[in-house]
Design a protein around this ligand. Structure first.
Ligand code: SF4
Ligand code: SF4
Length: 114
């Protein structure tokens, strides 16, 4: 099965280093407008929605964006959805997953009351 790129929007911190690595690696310019990965900011609160453009060729199987991502939000695996099946992440779901990492679990809440 063919490998595909994916970004976990919950891990992404919108640093946009991937955009710079992409465009500099190919064109030797720091112009994120020409990058083949785009970090869109959507919703309230604003959250990153990373999207690969159709021009992405996975850097021939050695993605520069993946190598530079400081939080390992990008993966390049066989199990990832194919590019034509990818959609912008559901904002509410991302907020939910994000908050559930920092909210106390019910048992911890009870303990805190004692
Ligand atoms: S895999 Fe390469 S071409 Fe595709 S977005 Fe990442 S750096 Fe750009
Ligand atoms: S480098 Fe990683 S954390 Fe930074 S914007 Fe890109 S995907 Fe998000």
């Amino acid at each position: 099965m063919k490998k595909s790129l994916k970004v976990d929007p919950v891990k992404c911190v919108a640093c946009r280093l991937c955009e710079l690595a992409c465009v500099f690696g190919r064109e030797k310019v720091y112009n994120p407008k020409r990058a083949r990965i785009k970090i869109h900011m959507v919703g309230i609160p604003e959250l990153p929605a990373p999207v690969f453009t159709r021009l992405c060729d996975t850097c021939g199987g050695n993605p520069r964006c993946l190598a530079i991502c400081p939080v390992n939000a990008i993966s390049y695996e066989e199990d990832n959805p194919r590019p034509d099946e990818k959609t912008i992440p559901d904002h509410e779901e991302v907020v939910h997953r994000w908050l559930s990492q920092v909210m106390p679990k019910p048992a911890e809440e009870e303990k805190a009351k004692d």
